[in-house]
Design a protein around this ligand. Structure first.
Ligand code: NAD
Length: 499
């Protein structure tokens, strides 16, 4: 399946009107490989109109009808794994193995979405008084606007939107303009799975399209994943236009290692969870916090040894552990952050700047970069650096490590490595993070649990996937119902209270 980049509206691929467009790069080579047309407001109007029309029918479709489409979608995503992985790798830069891992997680989210009726079936109380039964109905909200980041071109969209479709909504999706092609494949797979035209639409674009979606009266709710600054803006603007908004944003995920931990596995976990996908993951471990100097010294050696063994290469290099970062701007920002950390007194153990990958000299590569003696006053602690720069901090105690973690503005994920149940127990109760790992490097919840951070890693209620996502994409109606016999008196209408 080859598609030129464009929009997908009411079941038809559209090339775009060519008003505005932006370049799409292959980060592994630095080549511009395509231009992505950006939709105009008029194009968005057509997409929302198509979605609104389709949502009325789809919202009334039986659960069995919707589930049959989603089961089929699951098969099609699996059957198209190679095509999806190649498309993701070419535009994102992540390795094919990593892209396939992402597809596996997307499939998990799709699988859980068929369970939506378990969450949306509502409540019932018989005879609350006067033969009146009361029950609740969860109904679709209508048209959902989806805005997604570059770093998971299929996983984030799949987990987000399959649930929204499963409970009866229609979609208008604006993918990241850096990775626009996967969206068109996904739209075609929905169509092949039997989804009626108009339920799933794609409009390409940048900030302007996000603004147009947030202002559009035909969009009832917005699901956003991306950086914190943009997510906060989307949340505030969307809610000011009376939409429900859930925004899942940046992370700075700390890994505490107690002196009693298995240091060998803690080091492996830090290196894989820290540098995988060139650290461009919201759940990447950013900072290592070994408790006590002795633990820090031992762990530092193990981490250095394992990090030095990492191989960096093009997305289709089977030996590569990770690939290029997504753009030249991103490479420059990460290299600037390395310079700042040196100026601020971080101890540079490994410097990934200036890495050259033979045959791909213009690719956006940065080697794994590691600092020791990072402190809370440094940018490397304060900011989410979306590239392969990781740091070691040196808390003297468990309490200090906990305080450092909880003082951060983000609360996406946090993990502890220990053999002591008491430390783990305190950690899970006292840490202010939405997703917590105990001897688990990336605590990405299974598809049937809720995914979402705390603090400034999430704006609004709702979760990206899991049971709460089914709730976010539905609204509640509560029905009080009485069926009197023809000769029975009408129910009293007054609010009289006679204690
Ligand atoms: P981004 O915020 O730059 O872009 C996200 C989306 O917003 C894109 O579709 C983009 O076109 C749009 N956008 C960009 N700038 C905008 C602006 N000024 N106004 C309105 N819309 C704008 O994020 P990104 O660089 O694509 O993705 C990386 C970020 O996403 C990281 O911060 C990462 O932690 C976060 N992320 C979070 C999660 C999570 O679940 N919490 C998951 C994946 C990624």
């Amino acid at each position: 399946m080859t598609l030129s980049i464009g929009h997908f509206i009411a079941g038809q691929a559209e090339p775009g009107t060519g008003e505005r467009s932006g370049p799409v790069f292959n980060p592994s080579t630095g080549e511009e490989i395509a231009r992505c047309p950006y939709a105009s407001r008029a194009t968005l109007d057509r997409a929302v109109a198509a979605a609104g029309e389709a949502a009325r029918q789809w919202g009334r479709a039986s659960h069995a009808t919707r589930q049959a489409v989603i089961f089929k979608l699951r098969e099609l995503v699996i059957a198209n794994t190679d095509l999806l992985a190649e498309t993701i790798g070419r535009e994102h830069g992540k390795t094919l193995a990593d892209a396939k891992g992402e597809i596996g997680r997307a499939v998990e989210g799709i699988e859980f979405a068929v369970n939506a009726p378990q969450v949306t079936k509502g409540e019932f109380a018989a005879n609350v008084g006067g033969d009146i039964d009361v029950f609740s109905l969860r109904v679709p909200i209508g048209v959902v606007g989806a805005i997604t980041p570059f770093n998971f071109p299929i996983m984030v969209p799949a987990v987000m939107m399959t649930m929204a479709v499963s409970v009866g909504n229609a979609i208008v999706w604006k993918p990241s303009e850096k990775v626009p092609s996967t969206a068109l494949i996904f739209a075609r797979l929905w169509q092949q799975a039997g989804l009626p035209d108009g339920v799933f639409n794609v409009v390409q674009g940048d900030k302007d399209m996000v603004d147009a979606m947030l202002e559009h009266p035909g969009i009832a709710g917005v699901s956003f994943v991306g950086s914190t600054a943009v997510g906060e803006y989307v949340y505030q603007k969307g809610t000011s236009h009376n939409k429900r908004v859930a925004a899942f944003t940046g992370g700075k995920n700390h890994m505490l290692v107690m002196p009693d931990a298995d240091l060998e596995s803690a080091a492996s976990a830090f290196v894989s969870a820290g540098f995988g996908s060139a650290s461009q993951r919201c759940m990447a471990v950013s900072l290592l916090l070994p408790v006590g100097e002795e633990t820090a010294d031992r762990l530092r050696e193990l981490v250095l040894q394992k990090t030095r063994a990492l191989h960096i290469g093009a997305y289709n290099d089977p030996r590569a552990d990770f690939g290029a970062v997504v753009s030249l701007q991103s490479k420059q920002a990460v290299e600037r952050a390395i310079g700042t950390c040196i100026e601020q007194g971080g101890e540079l153990l490994l410097d990934g700047r200036g890495l050259r990958v033979p045959g791909h000299e213009n690719g956006y590569y940065i080697g794994p970069t590691l600092f020791d003696r990072v402190t809370t006053g440094m940018e490397l602690y304060q900011q989410e650096i979306f590239g392969p720069v990781r740091g070691i901090m040196r808390p003297a105690s468990f309490d200090e490590a906990l305080a450092i973690t909880n003082a951060h503005e983000y609360g996406n994920g946090a993990v502890i490595f220990t053999r002591d149940g008491k430390s783990a127990h305190r950690f899970m109760h006292e840490i202010e993070s939405g997703m917590i790992g105990v001897n688990v490097p990336v605590p990405l919840p299974a598809g049937f649990f809720n995914f979402g951070g705390l603090r400034r890693s999430k704006f609004g209620e709702g979760h990206l996937y899991g049971p709460d996502a089914a709730r976010f994409y539905t609204k509640i109606k509560t029905v009080s119902q009485r069926w009197p016999e023809p000769d029975q008196q009408a129910a009293p209408v007054s609010l009289a209270f006679n204690p």
